[in-house]
Write a protein that binds this ligand. Structure first.
Ligand SMILES: NC(=O)c1ccc[n+]([C@@H]2O[C@H](COP(=O)([O-])OP(=O)(O)OC[C@H]3O[C@@H](n4cnc5c(N)ncnc54)[C@H](O)[C@@H]3O)[C@@H](O)[C@H]2O)c1
Length: 441
């Protein structure tokens, strides 16, 4: 029986796999996952079970700052081996303590399930921790395949030891998911500081998320948007609604709500005392990287204050009053079951489920970071727009029209082509016709 929300994109993928003879694709595989414990993650795990995975062979570690307790209980109730990251008793950058949690999960999986087993192992990761800590002895004796969904996770993988299916830089994630995330980030920021005037917005890091945030804010009528990226070409192409800043200080000076969209620690502490007034800092990326120097300084001076990672942090630098929302963790991960509405984030869950099928079906994939298959990406889009035609209104036709060309999707999805005939056949054959994407474009 299904416990998690029904998401049509996931159903379409499992149906397409079943119709092409891959209905038991996950049978016998062991899944070792780092995932946000959200409603839609539950739906994706149930889809793996429909494809033959045994619940007791699915091990999941939640990322604590995002985990929804209801989702954790629900997954446990269906027999999945799920736990949450531990709570440290003093502040430390999340990633460092989390690495310890991930190592302990692997020790448990190795002891309890994989000691002598030859079962294929699928590592489903969010942030690179689980891939990096995959035990050497496992890689040397059994088939390991993996999926990474964040750009920060990809950056950590200097040399792949087994195939890594790259969802992070897939065209659908960059161009379609980013606006959905941006919309929720703005809504959740307003909800957590309802009295916030948002007269001027600063954006640091003008990649997929930063650019989408600027478009969303501009569409809501915000006329004072200041952006900076270390890559000048990025902000240079931002259009007239955004003031391109030549450095970080310019953003900090002009904006009163500043969004960090880089995934990197930002060295801003020295500039804060010169600003004056009130500033709100918001992270949109993953974990607590962007403002971790500020958080570190706060807890160094307030040891007693540490209770839980995600409390808002008040800071004072000379005449400048700072409020760092959710302890520097991404604003849209707040222990609720949705980081982005389920109806929308099913696009990402569809990409991940598809990536798992790519990892298992395409058995010839070498040990490289490999693009997500273009037919699969198109299938996910068509399935989503097929189930929710009203979502087409969220996008300019120019943004969607390139998706009619598989070559373009491939080029925009990373350096290593991910096409594998077996998988392309599954998703080309079942694509709805006429395509909603092409019709809209
Ligand atoms: N909150 C969410 O739900 C959510 C969803 C998707 C991605 N993310 C995360 O958001 C972050 C950004 O993702 P993205 O897809 O936009 O990545 P991206 O690589 O497209 O963009 C990051 C940008 O930051 C710039 N940058 C890096 N360091 C900088 C610095 N010190 N100052 C200014 N600019 C700098 C880079 O040049 C790049 O343009 C990642 O950490 C990603 O994992 C969060």
């Amino acid at each position: 029986m299904t416990q998690s929300p029904l998401l049509p994109v996931l159903d379409d993928i499992t149906d397409a796999l079943a119709a092409s003879g891959h209905g038991s694709l996950c049978e016998g595989a062991v899944f070792v996952c780092v995932q946000h414990l959200l409603d839609s993650t539950g739906s994706m795990i149930e889809a793996l079970i429909r494809l033959g995975a045994r619940p007791s062979d699915i091990f999941i570690l939640g990322k604590r700052y995002s985990s929804s307790p209801e989702v954790l209980d629900r997954l446990r109730s269906i027999g999945v081996q799920v736990s949450d990251a531990g709570r440290p008793n003093r502040w430390q950058e999340f990633g460092k303590t989390f690495d310890g949690d991930v190592r302990r999960m692997w020790e448990h999986v190795m002891e309890s399930r994989l000691r002598d087993s030859q079962s294929p192992v699928v590592v489903l990761d969010d942030g690179g921790h689980c891939i990096l800590h995959t035990p050497k002895q496992l890689v040397s004796r059994t088939r390991v395949v993996s999926v990474e969904q964040t750009t920060s996770g990809l950056k950590k993988i200097a040399r792949a030891r087994f195939p890594v299916i790259n969802v992070a830089s897939s065209a659908v994630k960059r161009y379609v998911e980013a606006p959905l995330v941006a919309e929720t980030v703005l809504a959740k920021t307003l909800a957590s500081v309802p009295d916030l005037p948002m007269r001027s917005i600063g954006i640091i890091g003008f990649g997929s998320i930063g650019a989408a945030l600027a478009s969303s804010a501009a569409a809501k009528g915000n006329k004072r948007i200041f952006a900076f990226d270390t890559d000048p070409v990025k902000v240079g192409s931002s259009g007239s609604s955004v003031h391109c800043c030549g450095n970080l200080s310019e953003v900090l000076k002009n904006a009163d709500v500043i969004f960090g969209c880089t995934g990197e620690n930002l060295e801003i502490a020295r500039q804060l005392p010169t600003l004056g007034g009130k500033k709100v800092l918001v992270s949109c990326s993953s974990e607590d990287r962007e403002f971790h120097t500020l958080v570190q300084q706060f807890y160094k001076n307030n040891l007693i204050a540490f209770s839980e990672y995600e409390a808002d942090i008040p800071l004072k630098y000379g005449p400048t009053e700072i409020r760092l929302l959710r302890g520097g963790f991404p604003i849209n991960f707040d222990h609720s079951p949705e980081s982005v509405p389920n109806e929308d984030i099913q696009v990402t869950r569809g990409l991940l489920l598809g990536a798992v099928s790519q990892a298992l079906v395409c058995s010839e994939t070498p040990a490289v970071i490999c693009n997500l298959d273009p037919s699969l990406q198109r299938f996910v889009l068509d399935s989503w727009f097929g189930a929710h035609p009203e979502k087409l209104q969220k996008f300019q036709p120019e943004l969607l029209s390139p998706f009619s060309a598989p070559d373009w999707i491939e080029r925009e999805s990373g350096p290593h082509p991910g096409t594998c005939e077996g998988l392309s056949r599954v998703f080309r054959a079942r694509r709805q016709s006429p395509s909603a994407v092409v019709a809209h474009a």
